[in-house]
Design a protein around this ligand. Structure first.
Ligand SMILES: [Zn+2]
Length: 327
């Protein structure tokens, strides 16, 4: 058995009976992270998502050195013909609704229409907040996942866990999640450095606010307060630095957006999206934080580098090719 140092970010812990073998536990809490048992001729393995890295494209395959061989070993009894194509298991149902394909399983059918309804409520707010439509070719299908564990966006497809945040009893988490995943499709072809996740949730919070949901402000306030425990005035820790606490990265991101909203008005995000769509085109090789602050500066017609530096961001206008004065 392995002991790994892996943050349990909330969630519940599976209780394994005697017929399970626990393969890895958390170093501190000793909660199980990976377990297996025999089923018929094969095995079933259950593991925490974080064991396999954080990035959806598996570009950070942590633990692969032992998880890879383990999975190969467990699958040994299973006949595999490499000449046959991999058998895909996809959703049972797909239905065209308006501009979207709605995809769902038998088990998620009761939720599919309701989740699509929420999407249709959320989308116009996103268009007002960002002042634009999703990037071309994006958000073409909505996949309802048989899980409560969140969602994902591949750009063209957004996927939403049917029971996220105790839906349908609670609505705000679902509104925030749908706006978050759709938001990932709004920012392409170049996602924000550092802010890929915070900006998506911030869009969700803004949608929740516009829908009059009190939890939106609560979520925002809670995260800003958490970050202040590490950086009380938000002027000390560079969120881009190695080891910057996660709560600072998130809290300071929200703080920045809220300050920009307070100083430049409700359409600050729409101005940013307009400038970004114009300046950051598909053929650009990358999008750095220096580029990002330059885009904000153009959008709001102010050199924002000194302001970001006052908040301890290591950004430099000499490291971007984007001209601040576009006039
Ligand atoms: Zn996300």
């Amino acid at each position: 058995m392995r002991a790994l140092d892996l943050d349990h970010r909330g969630g519940t812990v599976f209780e394994f009976g005697d017929d399970w073998t626990v393969l890895a536990v958390d170093d501190r809490s000793e909660k199980p992270l990976l377990a297996m048992r025999r089923v018929g001729k094969g095995h079933i393995v259950i593991g925490a998502r974080g064991l396999f890295g954080q990035k959806p494209d598996a570009s950070d395959p942590i633990n692969n050195s032992w998880v890879g061989p383990l999975l190969t070993e467990l699958a040994e009894a299973k006949p595999i013909d490499p000449k046959k194509p991999h058998r895909r298991t996809w959703v049972e149902h797909a239905r065209e609704i308006g501009p979207l394909t709605l995809e769902y399983h038998d088990g998620t059918e009761p939720f599919a229409d309701a989740i699509y309804e929420v999407y249709t409520e959320v989308r116009p707010h996103l268009e007002v907040i960002t002042g634009c439509e999703p990037s071309p070719g994006m958000v073409k299908s909505l996949l309802v996942l048989p899980t409560g564990g969140g969602g994902f966006s591949s750009g063209a497809r957004i996927a939403i866990g049917a029971w996220w945040g105790n839906y349908p009893e609670k609505r705000y988490p679902m509104v925030e999640l749908i706006a978050h995943e759709a938001g990932h499709s709004w920012v392409l072809p170049h996602a924000e450095p550092l802010w890929n996740e915070p900006i998506a949730t911030y869009l969700g919070i803004q949608v929740g606010r516009r829908m009059g949901m009190a939890q939106a402000d609560e979520t925002l306030g809670r995260q800003i307060a958490k970050g202040r425990r590490h950086d009380p005035d938000y002027d000390a820790i560079d969120p881009l630095s190695e080891g910057a606490p996660r709560d600072v990265i998130w809290g300071k991101s929200y703080y920045v957006f809220e300050e920009l909203r307070r100083l430049y008005g409700e359409d600050f995000m729409a101005k940013y999206f307009a400038a970004k769509r114009r300046l950051i085109t598909k053929n650009r090789p990358s999008y750095s934080m220096d580029d990002c602050v330059a885009v904000w500066s153009v959008a709001l017609d102010t050199d924002l580098f000194p302001w970001f530096r006052s908040l301890a961001f290591d950004v430099d206008r000499d490291r971007t090719d984007i001209e601040l004065n576009q006039g």
